[in-house]
Design a protein around this ligand. Sequence first.
Ligand code: BES
Ligand code: MN
Ligand code: MN
Length: 456
Amino acid sequence: MQTVVDHIHANRDRYVSELKELLAIPSISALPAHQPDVRRCAEWIADEMRRIGLENVRLVETAGNPVVYGDWLHAAGAPTVLFYGHYDVQPVDPVELWESPPFEGTVRDGEIYARGAADDKGQVFMHFKAIEAHLKKAGSLPVNMRLIIEGEEEVGSAHLDEFIRANKPLLAADVAVISDSAMFDRDVPSICYALRGLAYFQIDLRGTSSDLHSGVFGGAVANPAMVLAQILAQMKDKSGRVKIPGFYDAVRPLSPEERAEWQKLPFVEKRYRQELGAPKLAGETGYSVLERVWARPTFEVNGLLGGFTGEGSKTVIPAVAMAKVSMRLVPDQEPDTIAGLFESYLSKVAPKTVKLTLTRMHGGRPWITDYQNPFVRAAARAIEQGFGKTPVFCREGGSIPVVSTFQTELGLPAVLFGVGLPDENAHAPNERLDLANFHNGIVSSAILYDELRRAY
Ligand code: BES
Ligand code: MN
Ligand code: MN
């Protein structure tokens, strides 16, 4: 193991310059104009996987973007790890707020800035380098590995479940490993044992066939922008609880033990508020900030559109109004059930004065695991060696829908070991990755495979 780790230390700078190549490809899955870049990125990933010594590397076509597959299966008697990551990234808007071009990896103050630096190219690359180091210095890996890197995570992984169901033998493994989340805080490495799920919708309201003069017609017809505001105002009560009937029925209550554990985490509410620039925090009464984002479901408006929003004023009653809304779900809420409850509640609260169209967009199940499981314990030992600190165990508010699919379709437990930081601007301008965490992450990943073998 020591020669592998020494090799990683000696190649620190090379890793950064190689990562820049990957970050230069604008693989934005949400924008059709970037389709060729998405494919070019998949090919780059495949080439890199071949370069580091993985076998059977190929692009597996789906109805959407290709999944890149590769494996190394020569560790007789050792467990098989299914590594998952994504090569697609979020759009870069508003691009004028970036301090350096989003697709030019730029190092400033020990962090590399670029779209995808933390989410998820940098973290996927960290495992590539750990694999490379093992194969180069030891000639073998401590475990068998299968890797799937997908290109549609940021748009809801629409075709991934189908890919998994159709390729079960190809994905046979003992444990899934994913690095696509953040550490609890700088210098507080962590292991994530739960993720929230998601149910996403678009609401369209139409009042009349055309925009109207608000003086001539105002008072005689419903204003869809106003109706939309009234509808949305009925989604939560004053105490921050979602009002959809049945919404909380399947929510697993937080145990007193878990709440007590979270009380011990180094969380400073004032610093959190100040870093967010919020005048005051808000949320469900009776729960702490961490409980609200980790263990409670929520309803959010993601976007709102209606009427005249240009400069100056225009006296108009808009014909249409639109909102994008989503609910973050926690164990054991089912996205389909929640979607049904939301649909019936919405049709109840929407007045007859507007035509309502509700479109179900993507969804994903929440996920939780027992962090006493031996693979998670192995990961904790690896992080301790790579970062020089014992990791804390935390949940995350974000979603990675495939983690639950790994559990239900393949029966796999998962180890979520992320090295991003909560303030690294994932999905926002100036996304970045701390290079010390990237480096320690490579060391920890290399050790992780070794520890997973022992945990078997
Ligand atoms: N890597 C994130 C999810 C994440 C972020 C997990 C922080 C844990 C901590 C992932 O790329 C992501 O953005 N997921 C989307 C899922 C959606 C598009 C289905 C999300 O959470 O909004
Ligand atoms: Mn991600
Ligand atoms: Mn993301």
